[in-house]
Structures are given as structure tokens and as C-alpha cells.
Design a protein around this ligand. Structure first.
Ligand SMILES: *Cc1c(COP(=O)(O)O)cnc(C)c1O
Length: 394
């Protein structure tokens, strides 16, 4: 069967863009090489000039990385992808490849700690203006638009409190004002939400999270149109060099083969854990977009296929009690990764969101009694029992 005959996304994630060698290997080959050899000086000249296509140097492109990029584009229905060394390299490059001094960026306030640091304190060093808005409120986006506004940036749902941004409404507003929309779609994964369907221009991913999903490698990806990739993104990334290692790209391609199964099963586990925690007498409340009590439940239903495997909850008590709970866990690891097969907890206020000011944390409901839980693939009963014994013990 020709690969073009494949209709289903899962088939493509498993079989697209294979670069087979003469050895007829069955698995994806791993091209662990920094450079590629030219047969003649004339060929090197032709490839550098662009008259002939061919791999040159892994900082520019590599067959194993190409396989990962083509499959990432498939998973989201985007035209094109460029892989990066980490999710943060993707976030930074997606901004800097198109910004210059005098431009203005509008960003939602509720962001992952490092994204907020990049937008608030790093890009502003280069003469780029930034405004933060309440991402939930379309009027607040509208109010901040100026003649030099170039980019809207947000994540939905937000980490760790699950505020949603109405992707379609924000994209419509952006289009009408010639503004590009970058969305960080990491928290629920590409399996459960396809932002390009609602009109986004650029989507950034951390391969480290659900794409690997087994705690092994770092990686990132930027999804966009082919025109944007070729004209703006590629020149920037080729010369600044935050490229992914071919080995990591190979691991991530293997992750894509099972991502659908993993994320759906993890999310089913999470839905049951949400119900269990919401009814627990040591728990004040739970943040999860697919709970009926979530203030943006209807929007979540429109944008996401499921609620996702990550949730957060408030313990009844102070920081000490919350730390007690975390320390009493026997199976669940304390780790700031997410989307992993292993269930993981983290205390956002003192780790992932430590860099925010007290006021910023309060604005985002990141209190000392908040715990984030990434539900894994262990059996539901084991996850539940571990949470239960630790809650009872505090
Ligand atoms: C983890 C994460 C990132 C950064 O990804 P890395 O691969 O760790 O660099 C960015 N945004 C969100 C929402 C994340 O969860």
C-alpha cells in the first residue's frame, strides 16, 4: 500500500515519512550523525545554493528529525512543523523569529512559569512591548490592541488552574487586526485539542510531556504553515541552533505511535480521580475543565475532546498540611513533568510557579494548598488508594 493511501491519523503517526535505508530495517532508522557527505564539491555547492535538495547538517535538518516533524504536523492537521530541543526553545523561537524592537505582544496572564518569564522579562529586554490580559475575557484582548501589536500568545487550558481561552473568538479578533496567534497546546496534548481548527497560526508543543510520555527525553515542536516555516522560522532556527537531537526525535516518534492510546486512557483515569477527590472530605475543591461546575465547562466541551490527564486541587489546610499530603504519597512521584505514564504530583506555588510574585500567584489562584496531579497509566484503584491514604494521614 502506498503511504498516500493512509486515511487515518493513527496510521499516519505510525507509518508516515519513513526514511528506509538499503538494509530494509523495519523500525524507523536512527540517523545519529551531525553531518552528511557530498559526493562532489559541485554537489555541495548545488545543495547549499538550493538547486539540489539533500541533507547537509543536523542543525538544519536530519532524516530522523524529518520523520518526527512530518508526524507532528499530521497529529494536529497543520501544514508544517519544525522540531526543537525543548518546549521552551519552541516557545522562544516562535516569538523571536518574527518579532523586532518596537513590536507589541499581548499575552494571557495565566501561563506556565517559564513562558511568563520569557514574555515578561526576556523579550522585553529587546525593545518589545508586552501587555498581559485576562485570557478568559475577550474584551480585555480587544482593549490592548495597538497599531504595533504583532502577536497574541496564550495557553488553554492554563497550567495549573485550568482557565480557558476561547480560541475561535481570540483568533477572529486577531485576524481582523492582522495579528498572529501563538498557542501553547501542551497541557491537554495534541490528541485532545486541535487549535488550528479554530484559526490559530502557530502551535507550540513540548515533546517532553505527552509526546514522549515516558519520562525519557526533552524535545519541542513548532507547528505552522509551510510558508511561515520556510520564510521565517527555518532561517531563524538554522542559524540560532536550538535543534533537537536525532536520538530524542527518534524517541518522540516512537511516542507518537502510542500517544492516542496513552492520553485517552490517562484521561479516563483522571475523570475518575476528579470525582473521587471532589467528594473527599480533606479536599476543598478540584480544578478540571470537564467538571460541570467549571465556569467554562461549555467552552471546554467545544474545544477539547476530553478533560485531559492533568488536574489540580486544593487541600483543606495550609502549606504544611499540603506538604504533609505530598510527603505521605507512596506510589505517586513528586515531579514537575506531566503527561507521563507514571502519576506525578507537584506543588506549583513553590516549584513550577515559584518565579511569579505573590500577587501574580494570588491572581491566578495558585495558593499554598494547591496540588497539581498528572494522572498516569497505573490502575485507577492504586492511584486512588495512594491519594486516599495520604489525604487521611494529613
Ligand atoms: C512543560 C511546559 C512547557 C515547556 O516545555 P519543556 O519541554 O519543559 O521546555 C511550556 N508550556 C507548558 C504549558 C508546559 O507544561
Amino acid at each position: 500500500m502506498l503511504k498516500n493511501d493512509l486515511k487515518g491519523k493513527n496510521s499516519k503517526l505510525i507509518r508516515e515519512a519513513l526514511h528506509k535505508t538499503q538494509f530494509r530495517e523495519q523500525s524507523e532508522s536512527l540517523f545519529l550523525t551531525s553531518g552528511f557527505v557530498y559526493q562532489t564539491a559541485e554537489q555541495a555547492e548545488a545543495i547549499f545554493k538550493g538547486d539540489e535538495t539533500g541533507f547537509q547538517y543536523t542543525r538544519y535538518a536530519n532524516p530522523t528529525i524529518d520523520t518526527f516533524e512530518k508526524r507532528m504536523a499530521v497529529i494536529d492537521g497543520s501544514e508544517s512543523c519544525f522540531a526543537t530541543a525543548s518546549g521552551m526553545a519552541a516557545v522562544f523561537a516562535s516569538l523571536m523569529c518574527q518579532l523586532q524592537a518596537g513590536n507589541h505582544v499581548v499575552s494571557a496572564t495565566a501561563l506556565f512559569g517559564s513562558c511568563r518569564e520569557v514574555i515578561k522579562n526576556i523579550i522585553t529586554r529587546y525593545g518589545i512591548e508586552v501587555s498581559f490580559v485576562d485570557g478568559k475575557n475577550i474584551e480585555s484582548w480587544k482593549k490592548e490592541i495597538k497599531s504595533n501589536t504583532k502577536i497574541f500568545f496564550f495557553e488553554t487550558p492554563s497550567n495549573p488552574c485550568f482557565e480557558l481561552v476561547d480560541i475561535e473568538a481570540v483568533c477572529k479578533l486577531a485576524k481582523a487586526n492582522n495579528i498572529k496567534v501563538i498557542v501553547d497546546n501542551i497541557l491537554v496534548s495534541p490528541v485532545l485539542q486541535s487549535p488550528s481548527k479554530f484559526g490559530t497560526d502557530i502551535i507550540v508543543y513540548s515533546g517532553t510531556k505527552h509526546i514522549d510520555g515516558q519520562g525519557r527525553t526533552m524535545g519541542g515542536a513548532i507547528l505552522c504553515s509551510t510558508k511561515f516555516r520556510e520564510e521565517i522560522l527555518k532561517p531563524f532556527l538554522r542559524h540560532t541552533g536550538p535543534c533537537i537531537s536525532p536520538f530524542n526525535a527518534w524517541v518522540l516518534s516512537k511516542g507518537l505511535e502510542t500517544i492516542h492510546l496513552r492520553v485517552v486512557e490517562q484521561s479516563k483515569n483522571a475523570e475518575k480521580i476528579v470525582k473521587f477527590l471532589a467528594e473527599h472530605n480533606k479536599v476543598e475543591s478540584v480544578n478540571y475543565p470537564f467538571r460541570k461546575s467549571h465556569p467554562q465547562y461549555e467552552l471546554a466541551q467545544k474545544q477539547q475532546k476530553m478533560g485531559g490527564n492533568v488536574l489540580s486541587f486544593y487541600i483543606k489546610g495550609n502549606k504544611k498540611k499540603t506538604f504533609n499530603f505530598i510527603n505521605k504519597l507512596k506510589m505517586i512521584d513528586i515531579c514537575n513533568n506531566l503527561g507521563d505514564t507514571k502519576s506525578l504530583v507537584v506543588h506549583p506555588a513553590t516549584t513550577t510557579h515559584r518565579i511569579l510574585t505573590d500577587e501574580e500567584r494570588n491572581d491566578q489562584n495558585i495558593f499554598d494548598n494547591l496540588v497539581r496531579l498528572s494522572v498516569g497509566l497505573e490502575d485507577f484503584e492504586d492511584i486512588k488508594n495512594d491519594l486516599d491514604q495520604a489525604l487521611i494521614a494529613i
